[in-house]
Design a protein. Structure first.
Length: 653
């Protein structure tokens, strides 16, 4: 449970160099889901998103478009606002860094740092990447190029104000070490700690070679470094540290960010706040990247662009949100596939959830004249619903939305089994069971009410539609639908709404049509093939006859690994959880389907061959970071090993 009953949830403020893509949608949907969940628990929530409009990058894009930076920003910001509306994002505020309210707070913030003696004038000489809006350490520069964006760096030699970041190195290390919730997940926390322990240098925080930014107070030849300007947005949206909302919401902040901007949020931001004498935010929560065929979705890579607007329009915003939240555990990277989106929509949303609602409502109209019956004794569904609710709450408090959805869909599946085994349509004709029919349907209707309330944070429109089909006047509830509390609250006698499919089935022809609309022609699997086959954006399917190039084989990172620990995974006859030393200074956890061939104790100390660069996956709720090679067709017959002693982590080629 959150100790404090108010919570401030933020997304990064996005650059207005181009329209939002799926990556931006992901962070914003995560933040909206957490915000809606906390609101449904009756907590005070302030949810902020916005746009980052200053800096060299925006100035350059505007110049290329023969317009002014502000005119450019005015145009692009509308695309962000439209997208958030389409994705049912209910933010409490939207901040633009070009607004006077922001500028005023940035200027005061700067002055505080000056007053503390933490800003001094010197000169900067080094490399700068405009795409990163970041200085590139000499050690990372290869042939004058940015290693992330593969674009040439600018050599900068100019006077610059510096922030005495080095002063705060010790205090930052102490803060991170004594506040485990500050940087999540833990892997990011360890990275940041290692970075800070490597030594903090003072930070160049002003530029003179362009002018699109907030002028340095008292020295307008300089503009304030865009990251300092941008980070302060989290305070300026509250009206500054003395602002009307600051008392309630600062420092109860959870900053949601992608892993690309962890350093800015976990090193620059906290040291700047320390210097200004402002308490640090409670949490920086970093998620992984969405990729397309292994490449990060990014504005500068048109081939990876996935338009969330199109997907939300063609499916529903709820289906897209569900997919983003369910597909990848928060913190890991995920490869996006249109097929996986369609498949989850059809199976989990259409077949499992949609059918449950539809058949229950249809039965209630047929046998109960469309009214909620009186409740009888609670069935097994009541206990399952309480467990699902409590697991979902615990998962959301710990920022694991995919786990929360898993728990909620346990209830969906249990309710479908309940329909199957009670078979209410046979009850009316069976004199021994006819009296049980109303109670049975009550249990199902109440389950749908609970599901609607549990799902509203994830799928606001469909959750509300489920409640509306039960005759709950969603709009009349004082706030938005509340998290479920007591079993049996659906009032007897209430008129049910008309059943309508929540997620209409997408058949093969419709899928082909949608893929045609979504996938750019150059990205289709076989763009030269005669028409007829459904185009696909999924990774190429293995073709028995196809041979791999040498480069393709080289992409496989095979390594020797020593098994340090092995145990069975409860509830599975096939799976073992292994801890394997790959010479990385930490053990990798690998889930392996070899339990029918090997007992855990047989494996300890063995050297095996591991696919080390397999994308991490969640198997039965356990993170698996690699795969063991083994011989055997359907069943594992023997593990692949090496013929002689080698150190863990040795390359196998
Ligand atoms: O960095 N997968 O803005 P930005 C997942 N203005 N998330 C992604 C993503 C992907 N492939 N691509 C982008 C900036 N994101 C600064 C922020 S905050 C004070 C200033 C998401 O437009 C993710 O949240 O480059 C990432 O951190 C953010 O968009 C970067 O957005």
């Amino acid at each position: 449970m959150v100790a404090h009953q108010s919570i401030y949830i933020t997304t990064p403020i996005y650059y207005v160099n181009d329209a939002p893509h799926l990556g931006h949608a992901y962070t914003t949907v995560l933040a909206d889901t957490f915000a809606r969940y906390h609101r449904s628990r009756g907590r005070a929530v302030f949810f902020l998103t916005g746009t980052d409009e200053h800096g060299q990058k925006i100035e350059e894009v505007a110049r290329a478009a023969a317009t002014t930076p502000l005119a450019h920003a005015d145009r692009v910001v509308e695309r962000f606002r439209d997208t958030w509306k389409r994705l049912l994002i209910a933010n409490d505020d939207f901040i633009r860094t070009t607004e006077p309210r922001h500028k005023a707070v940035v200027e005061r913030f700067w002055q505080r740092l000056v007053d503390r003696g933490d800003i001094y004038l010197s000169s900067y000489e080094g490399w700068y990447c405009v795409a990163c809006e970041d200085f590139s350490p000499e050690s990372q520069v290869v042939d004058g190029m940015c290693p992330i964006h593969q674009r040439s760096l600018s050599r900068i030699e100019e006077p610059s104000y510096f922030f005495r970041m080095s002063r705060y190195e010790r205090t930052l290390i102490e803060h991170i070490e004594s506040h485990p919730a500050f940087i999540q997940p833990e892997s990011r926390r360890n990275e940041v700690l290692a970075f800070v322990k490597g030594g903090l240098r003072d930070l160049s925080i002003s530029r003179t070679s362009f002018s699109w930014g907030i002028p340095v107070p008292g020295d307008p030849a300089h503009v304030i470094y865009v990251w300092v300007d941008a980070l302060v947005n989290y305070l300026s949206a509250l009206g500054g540290t003395e602002g009307p909302n600051a008392d309630t919401f600062w420092p109860h902040a959870v900053h949601l960010v992608g892993k690309d901007i962890v350093r800015f949020h976990c090193v620059y931001w906290p040291t700047l706040l320390m210097a200004a004498g402002v308490p640090l935010p409670k949490t920086v929560l970093a998620h992984g990247w969405w990729t397309v065929r292994g490449k990060k979705i990014s504005k500068s890579m048109p081939a990876t662009r996935v338009d969330p607007n199109l997907l939300a329009e063609d499916l529903s915003p709820d289906a897209l949100r569900y997919f983003l939240l369910r597909e990848v555990p928060l913190g890991l990277d995920g490869d996006f596939s249109y097929e996986a989106l369609l498949s989850r929509t059809n199976s989990e949303l259409g077949n499992d959830l949609g059918n449950l609602v539809n058949r229950t409502l249809t039965l209630a109209h047929r046998f109960l004249a469309g009214r909620v019956p009186s409740p009888g004794h609670p069935s097994e569904l009541a206990a399952i619903a309480v467990a699902a609710r409590d697991q979902a709450a615990a998962a959301l408090e710990a920022y694991h939305p995919s786990r929360a959805l898993d728990a909620i869909f346990e209830l969906v599946r249990a309710a479908n089994r309940y329909v199957d085994h009670t078979a209410p349509w046979t009850m009316a004709k069976d004199p021994d069971r006819a009296a049980l029919l109303p109670t049975t349907l009550y249990e199902l209707l109440e389950t749908i009410g609970w599901l609607g309330r549990l799902l509203v944070p994830f799928m606001p429109a469909k959750g509300a539609a489920m409640l509306a089909q039960l005759g709950v006047d969603v709009l009349a509830e004082s706030t938005l639908p509340a998290w479920p509390d007591r079993w049996g609250e659906l009032p007897a006698g209430q008129s049910l709404g008309t059943p309508a499919p929540l997620f209409p089935k997408i058949d093969a022809a419709k899928s082909a049509e949608l893929l045609n609309r979504w996938v750019a022609p150059e990205l289709r699997e076989d763009s030269s093939a005669p028409t007829g086959g459904a185009p696909s954006a999924a990774p190429p399917k293995a073709d028995a006859a196809a041979s791999l190039t040498f480069d393709e084989v080289q992409r496989l990172d095979l390594r020797t690994g020593r098994i340090e620990h092995a145990e069975r995974i409860a509830g599975s006859t096939r799976l073992l959880r292994l801890e394997v030393d790959l010479g990385e200074g930490r053990r990798r956890q690998i889930v392996s389907g070899i339990a029918e061939t090997y007992a855990p104790e047989q494996l300890l100390g063995r050297t095996v061959v591991v696919v080390a660069n397999l994308a991490p996956a969640n198997i039965r709720g356990t993170l698996s970071e690699g795969m063991l090679l083994a011989a055997g067709e359907a069943a594992v017959e023997a593990l692949a090993t090496v013929d002689g002693p080698v150190a863990p982590g040795t390359r196998v080629r």
